[in-house]
Design a protein around this ligand. Sequence first.
Ligand code: CP3
Length: 356
Amino acid sequence: MAVMSSAEQTSPADRPTAGSAFVRACRGEPVTHTPVWFMRQAGRSLPEYRELRAGVRMLESCRRPDLVTEITLQPVRRHGVDAAILFSDIMVPLDAAGVDLDIVAGTGPVVAEPVRTLADLDRVRPLDPAAVSYVDQAVRLLTAELGATPLIGFAGAPFTLASYLVEGGPSRNHTQTKALMYGDPQLWHALLDRLADITLTFLQVQIAAGVSAVQLFDSWVGALSEADYREYVQPHSRKVLEGLADAGLPRIHFGVGTGLLLPAMAQAGADVVGVDWRTPLDQAAKQVPGHPVQGNLDPAVLFAPWEVVEREVRRVLAEGRTAPGHVFNLGHGVLPETDPTVLTRVVELVHTLSAR
Ligand code: CP3
């Protein structure tokens, strides 16, 4: 199922965001300063977010283009980050595809009936782009507002989506997921193939509407060995990433605890490799030659005294300079209790230290 670019859609090279530090760093081109944004920048660390979300359920807020637009813009206004990320969630396309689920505050995604058998697989339907027309609308509103500031679209990768579907909710050890993966590889591959199609459609909708880059979150894939990653996951992530190749936009691929998976994740079709805080960026860069990297300040460091934050920002910038391109970010999402004024100071510091 193809999602066509609308007639007014310009090619990536002609967009107002093409000359931005963020897009240029993702392409490994010289930049005037190191671009910075934060995973989970739109969210609970901001009082203006909590105010807007009061009384509105998470999934409901994702379906309202007015709220999505405002929440996405909040961190751009407040922190002066170099890119916006669409306010949505990795579970949105599954909800739109008919899976009965909720996103529970303080817990995360909860799936009413976990997917564990061939019969359960029938409940995971293809995604009709019309079912996420609110995302199309929000992206159009946002790109008009943002002008030369890039908007990052995103989706969850097949493994991470499968882990929520199979477990029925968040999980520490992914036991049910691995039981299915090892116990019924045929069903596993059928499930991940469907999830890859849903993810691809969801990202194509965002691209057709005008996002400047996409990030594929495989947050929990670090639970796998490299051999299992290559056998059970990589073909499906590749279907998504290579399915987007023609769009010509930067594709960022990120997971947590993936120090040993970075080459395999790059080979899945990523342009930019996202790195968590455990792997120094210079070591990561050596593992994925030719690829720009994104990361990787430990989100917990933002709770330390400012001298420590400053020292760590300097270290991340120095290590990032060894890669063909560096997008400064945290090593995972902003923690809810983070003081937003520290995030603003980090943006200023990154810009000052990296100005050339
Ligand atoms: O980055 C951004 O600011 C854009 C918005 C965004 C959200 N979720 C909003 C959200 C993004 C990019 C995501 C991705 C996402 N969702 C991932 C991958 C990124 C990662 O952190 O690894 C995952 C694994 C999910 C699933 C999910 N949704 C979790 C684990 C949670 C948190 C549960 C909790 O409340 O502690 C959610 C809910 C969620 N998604 C919130 C936000 C702002 C909090 C809900 C609220 O404010 O009520």
